[in-house]
Design a protein around this ligand. Structure first.
Ligand code: NAI
Length: 258
């Protein structure tokens, strides 16, 4: 059996992934704000340090896979703190232990939103690892109201997908035999999208920006199955990718423009 760390394990995609891995007979260390093996706030440096310490203690030094699903989509600077640094800082803190596994794997949850309009300035600050600058830019967007504040979300996911691409081939990951990938779901039925999908107007908004001609909105288990494969022993050569699992949204929106 393998030991997996799953963030966002209390709800939605993270919860479905944790359940699936446990059903497969693996050990899961769940990380979330509440209702998790390790309860920590991934939006702050202090919270991330406590998450890392909690996971290292619970793992007895054995981690085979890390799946980072915790995230929020609020039109706020907080969104980049959770979705970008809450992923990358955690991975940084656990990479050394993970590398000791015979088949170490990492997968993170990006989004179709990584292809939407974003703030290039914010994306650059994130990729530079400059959290105070990123929060400053994010707060300025937030102050413009929800429409502009929303840019925090696609910017966080754009940066995360680019981080995966860059880090996957770095010695720390490729050199240590660690595939690093992102999945980019379309619209998934979870707590995050519940309110949006509850009204006809909201559904029209979701389907307008993320058209899903193949099978429509997905359940969280669909995303969990791909995350489980990407972090399984079977995945030896897929790395650096953002894999759209979106019912055809990417093919519809980008067409041949890839
Ligand atoms: P969800 O809201 O059901 O679950 C997210 C989990 O993350 C919650 O349990 C929450 O407590 C946890 N979390 C939030 N902030 C945290 C923090 N500061 N520290 C620790 N844990 C925190 O949402 P869902 O839909 O399962 O989202 C999971 C990931 O999938 C997110 O990264 C989201 O951006 C991404 N995603 C979701 C899509 C959807 O349509 N639902 C589409 C594309 C991507």
């Amino acid at each position: 059996t393998r030991t997996y760390v799953v963030t966002g394990s209390a709800s939605g995609i993270g919860e479905a992934t944790a359940n699936l891995l446990r059903e497969q007979g693996h050990r899961v260390i769940g990380v979330d704000l509440r209702n998790a093996d390790v309860e920590a706030d991934l939006s702050t440096a202090l919270g991330r340090d406590s998450a890392i310490a909690g996971v290292l203690e619970a793992s007895d030094g054995k981690i085979d896979g890390i799946i980072a699903a915790a995230g929020i989509s609020a039109p706020k600077a907080l969104t980049v703190a959770v979705n970008f640094f809450g992923v990358t800082a955690l991975l940084d803190g656990l990479a050394e232990t993970l590398a000791k596994s015979a088949a170490p794997r990492i997968a993170v949850v990006s989004s179709m939103a990584s292809l939407q309009d974003n703030s290039p300035e914010l994306v650059d600050a994130l990729l530079a690892g400059d959290e105070s600058r990123a929060l400053e830019i994010g707060a300025a967007l937030e102050a413009e109201g929800p429409r502009v504040g929303y840019l925090n979300y696609p910017s966080s996911k754009r940066a995360l997908s680019r981080w995966v691409r860059r880090e996957s081939i770095a010695p720390r990951y490729a050199g240590a035999g660690i595939p690093v990938n992102a999945v980019a779901p379309g619209t998934v039925v979870t707590n995050m999208t519940r309110d949006l999908l509850a009204t006809e107007e909201g559904r029209a908004l979701a389907d307008g920006s993320v058209p899903m001609p193949l099978n429509g909105h997905s359940d969280a288990i669909v995303i969990a199955e791909l995350l489980a494969w990407l972090t399984s022993e079977q995945n030896t050569h897929v790395t650096g990718q953002t894999i759209y699992i979106d019912g055809g949204a990417d093919a519809t929106l980008r067409g041949d423009n890839i």
